[in-house]
Design a protein around this ligand. Structure first.
Ligand SMILES: N[C@@H](CCC(=O)N[C@@H](CS)C(=O)NCC(=O)O)C(=O)O
Length: 202
């Protein structure tokens, strides 16, 4: 299996963490999607990472689809409940974490533009998405160790990668203030070997 991605992408990190947790051996192909000569569009017409090439040579893209694909391989541990409604609930929470990540990535891109070309309205809107999303995840994290059920799941992994990205890019750096359940979740996740091995490189 080949994972096409960059070391700083939180979406790529999510897939790396899943592969490491499941003990699936994979080759990491480091490709920046932002370079003119990027090979990423060969794997994903949308030009985004991650993409995954499976052992049959089929290429999968979008981290949510790749996560579904990996779950379909039934390599333990499962990160999605067997019950379809519970599985949908977990995917919705993972989608929420991914949506926060999308907003954070947008802020990073916007802030890379010259100051006088940045849209203050866009930055405020993205910040709103992030804060409301974090508040919802905080509520969900209050019961039990994990966001859903009593085992590590896809929503936890997506949330850990999102919080790691907020820390890495210093977006909403005070996210941890008054969100103790998310802080605890992050502490638990960041201690795992899969997270320690995928800390974003500056
Ligand atoms: N929904 C996509 C988002 C992936 C994404 O936004 N990746 C960023 C890197 S963090 C990217 O490749 N951006 C390149 C671009 O937008 O052209 C997923 O979950 O895989």
């Amino acid at each position: 299996m080949k994972l096409i991605g960059s070391y700083t992408s939180p979406f790529v990190r999510k897939i790396s963490v899943m592969l490491l947790e499941k003990g699936i051996i994979f080759e990491f192909v480091n490709e920046s999607p932002w370079l003119e000569e990027s090979e990423v569009p060969r794997y994903n017409p949308l030009g985004k990472v991650p993409a995954l090439v499976d052992d049959n040579g089929q290429c999968w893209f979008d981290s949510a689809i790749i996560a579904d694909y990996l779950e379909l391989q039934h390599t333990p541990p499962a990160f999605s409940p067997a019950d379809p409604l519970k599985a949908l609930q977990v995917r919705q929470l993972a989608k929420l974490a991914d949506g926060i990540t999308d907003a954070a990535v947008l802020i990073v891109r916007e802030q890379q533009r010259p100051g006088n070309q940045q849209s203050e309205a866009l930055l405020i809107r993205c910040r709103g998405h992030i804060l409301r999303g974090l508040d919802r995840l905080e509520q969900e994290a209050r019961d039990g160790q994990w966001l859903h059920g009593d085992t590590l799941n896809l929503a936890d992994i997506a949330t850990g990668c999102m919080l790691g990205y907020l820390n890495f890019r210093r977006i909403v750096p005070d996210w941890c203030v008054e969100r103790p359940a998310l802080v605890k979740l992050a502490e638990d996740l960041f201690q795992r070997a899969s997270f320690a091995r995928t800390v974003p490189a500056a």
